[in-house]
Design a protein around this ligand. Structure first.
Ligand code: BGC
Length: 796
């Protein structure tokens, strides 16, 4: 039996219209007739609607208006449109200016960021619209990353839901709330593929996989921008950080990256491409150097790929001061050279470095920068402002904010997403029964640890209204009675005294169950928060051991912006839940999960390391020439075959928990993976490459999935592919589909995937997107490390 809803969900990732098909057929023909570096088909499309960018920045109706505004502009006014400053809380090193009002009146500023008070937004806007000569409105931007006032889980948590529809809804709420104070541009989504948990910004993205990352990228864009970008409750998305930032060496923020064009195309570019296909209006160029050329001055990525290959019509903004940083990178000898290189490479707007303001006019006068390049960048900025409807509606209604925040349905959404972001890592039966969900016999709990009260985001705007949602301990008290919930912090995140730890142990001894809330503070992940050690900070490990040694049952709830290496905990603690940072609704969501009103079904979007030395660690790696095979990596090798293989002598290769992993309060069983065809042909697949319509599927893959436990539950069924015999080595597994199946206890359903030809396409040894003859292995599985395989061939 096919699950109708699931088919629809799967098909929606591969939309196809006749225009798209015609375009891809033409591309396929071009590919076959004249192979060469420019003959490429389009990689998969996650836009989720047939005419992905029919409106918004790509709307050709904007051209005439853009042209007429441009004709009336002086060079200084043009340059002004390319300049952005922070007029609020800085989110990077100082900008050195504050005379914004005068500059706006002179037409010298095109956008501001970090202005978060509505009257101030309107005040700056009034100067631009009423006092500047051309009345061009300002664009106000802000890092609205996972909600504005209604705080959703951090993006890593949102991705752990594996539910693009929920993410789209969260982004819609974020846009409705932030636009209510006049913010029409968010510096989100961050779509950087991140393979190294040391990098603090792994918290801001969707993890290590390009397929899931693409689905999430498109979902954010759809949510922020909605169907009509010019509606007053939208925000222009800014896809960041273009590109390769997630691969910073040693996980150290702002560091360099070396990524071959092949790897860039296969892993790092797809989520950006998906976001552009979904209509993203803006892109942010990254801080990092990429193969020696900083991403904010990289003509290959910014112009060749983004504009020429993908047809991006919106604008590129630099990351904070990243134009100025070209000097520190060493590719510009002075500020003038930095401004010239950035503009000529394709960076349209300068965030915070002031170099376009300071240098561009002189560069144009001297002939070092053709005015045509300035014009082109101004056109792109104006397109975004026009597409947002800012010329028609420059001001925000100041009464809107009061009606926009914490709407009951949005809080409900935040709770649902928080619940679905939790990943149950362990729930091993103790005395024949898992600890979660908590049994009715549990009458008293000890809530220990520094993170119980406010695991939400303390970086949220100071003084901003709060939702009035109960904290986690307060929720527990509501259910069990105030006197049955014992509280002791056991110390802080970074410091604890012996007395604090002893006090915690004492109350644990009086309780039926200990609930330990440990982990990082939210400020320990995110920007400029790379870590070399991924264990519990401070004395939390000691606290954990002391509590476990009481012999009381322990539920460990981890709060973190990344996976933490906790080998002792994973061995000694029977029940561990990864909660990330759940946002506004943390308290109710956690309580509902503990009491079984919500059954966890989040899945890991990053491989969870055993030790820091394994990083970078990711499931979709290439095989080496000496794969360790079935060697028991815990045993010292006894023969040459097991010694000279790709392995550590002191750690296993495998992660603690693989990508895609997550438990539930029930259990699931899988039947064998079945396919409807064992021989596909290069020609047939190529002809339909990128057609992506449900009707054009290339292979049907099926398996039965059964709920073998005693609770109703949802399983996240994953589909992986491996190709062998191709011109470039392909990952040992690559995610190509996922579906959610709801199953009552004892129920079995058949899950069907209809794979499009793109599932078998690769970037070849000439960096072309093609189908090649291959031996193919397909798995339908609960995670990236298990499952039964089926095999087929792609014949020439
Ligand atoms: C970050 C960006 C952010 C920008 C504006 C930079 O430091 O890298 O992600 O959007 O600041 O706050």
């Amino acid at each position: 039996m096919e699950l109708a809803g699931q088919r629809a969900a799967a098909a929606s990732f591969w939309p196809g219209g006749w225009e798209r098909q015609a375009r891809s057929l033409l591309l396929a023909v071009l590919c076959l007739c004249c192979p060469g570096p420019t003959a490429q088909a389009q990689p998969p499309d996650f836009a989720g609607r047939d005419t992905a960018i029919a409106t918004g920045v790509a709307d050709s109706n904007l051209d005439a208006r853009v042209g007429s505004i441009l004709r009336s502009m002086t060079l200084d006014e043009k340059i002004g449109q390319l300049v952005q400053y922070s007029a609020g809380q800085p989110t990077g090193p100082g900008t050195g200016r504050s005379d914004y009002k005068e500059m706006i009146a002179r037409g010298q500023i095109g956008a501001l960021l970090n202005v978060i008070e509505t009257p101030l937004v309107n005040e700056y806007q009034r100067i631009a619209v009423e006092k500047s000569r051309l009345h061009i409105p300002l664009l106000f931007g802000l890092d609205v990353l996972h909600g504005f006032r209604t705080d959703f889980p951090i993006p890593l948590g949102m991705a752990s839901t594996w539910d693009p529809d929920l993410v789209e809804k969260a982004a819609r709420v974020a846009a409705a709330e932030a636009s209510a104070i006049g913010i029409r541009w968010t510096f989100s989504p961050m779509v950087d593929i991140a393979r190294d948990a040391r990098w603090g910004r792994i918290a801001e993205g969707a993890g290590e996989d390009p397929y899931l990352g693409s689905a999430m990228a498109a979902a954010y864009v759809r949510g922020y921008q909605s169907q009509h970008l010019d509606a007053p409750d939208t925000m222009a998305a800014c896809v960041k950080h273009y590109v390769g930032y997630g691969a910073v060496e040693a996980g150290r923020d702002y560091n360099s990256t070396e990524i071959s064009e092949h790897t860039l195309r296969e892993f790092y570019l797809p989520p950006f491409h998906a976001a552009i296909d979904a209509g993203a209006a803006t892109v942010m160029s990254a801080f990092n150097s990429l193969n020696g050329v900083p991403a904010s001055a990289n003509p290959f990525t910014l112009t060749e790929v983004l504009r020429k290959e993908w047809g991006f019509k919106g604008m590129v903004v630099s990351d904070w001061s990243s134009i100025g940083e070209l000097v520190a990178h060493g590719i510009a000898i002075d500020d003038a050279a930095a401004a010239r290189k950035a503009l000529l490479a394709g960076v349209d707007m300068d965030m915070a470095s002031s170099l376009y303001h300071d240098q561009l006019a002189q560069l144009v006068h001297s002939g070092a920068v053709p005015v045509a390049n300035v014009d082109e960048s101004v056109r792109r900025v104006l397109r975004v402002k026009l597409a947002l409807g800012l010329f028609e509606h420059p001001y925000v209604d100041e009464s809107r904010a009061q009606r926009a925040f914490f709407l009951p349905e949005n809080l409900q959404l935040a709770q649902t997403i928080a619940e679905r972001s939790f990943v149950l890592l362990k729930n091993t039966p103790v005395a024949g029964k898992p600890l979660l969900p908590l049994s009715k016999d549990v009458k008293t709990v000890a809530v220990i640890g520094p993170l119980a009260d406010d695991p939400s985001d303390p970086d949220k705007t100071p003084g901003a209204p709060k939702a009035g949602v109960l904290s986690f301990p307060a929720e527990l008290a509501r259910r069990l009675g105030e006197s049955n919930v014992f509280r002791a912090k056991g110390g802080g995140i970074l410091k604890a005294s012996d007395e604090e730890i002893a006090a915690a142990v004492a109350i644990v001894k009086r309780a039926d169950v200990a609930i330990l809330t440990l982990g990082e503070s939210p400020a320990m992940s995110g920007e400029a928060a790379s870590r070399a050690h991924l264990g519990l900070p401070g004395r939390q490990q000691e606290l954990l051991e002391a509590v476990v040694n009481t012999g009381k049952p322990v539920v460990l709830i981890l709060f973190s912006g990344r996976p933490l290496t906790l080998p002792w905990a994973f061995q000694q603690v029977a029940t561990v839940l990864a909660a990330w940072f759940p946002g506004t609704e943390a308290g109710p969501a956690l309580a509902r999960t503990l009491f079984g009103e919500s059954n966890p079904n989040g899945r890991l979007v990053v491989s969870w390391p055993r030790s820091v030395g394994q990083e970078p660690l990711y499931y979709n790696a290439l095989s080496t020439g000496r794969p360790p095979g079935n060697v028991d990596l815990a045993q010292p090798p006894t023969d040459v075959e097991s010694k000279y293989v790709s392995r550590y002598i002191d750690e296993q290769n495998s992660p603690q928990f693989p990508f895609g992993y997550g438990l539930s309060y029930t259990s699931f069983g899988y039947g064998p993976t079945k396919i409807d065809n064992t021989r596909l042909r290069v020609g047939d697949l190529t002809a339909n490459l990128s057609a992506r319509s449900g009707a054009n599927h290339a292979l049907t893959v099926m398996a039965t999935v059964s709920n073998t436990g005693s609770h109703a539950g949802e399983e996240l069924v994953q589909l992986y592919v491996r190709l062998q015999g191709t011109s470039t080595a392909q990952p040992v597994r690559a995610l190509k589909g996922f579906q959610r199946v709801a199953l009552a206890a004892g129920e079995t359903k058949q899950v069907t995937f209809r794979l499009p030809p793109d599932a078998f396409a690769i970037w070849n040894d000439r960096n072309q997107y093609v189908i090649e003859p291959a031996k193919v292995t397909v798995w339908i599985s609960p995670d990236s490390a298990t499952g039964s395989a089926a095999q087929l061939e792609i014949l020439p």
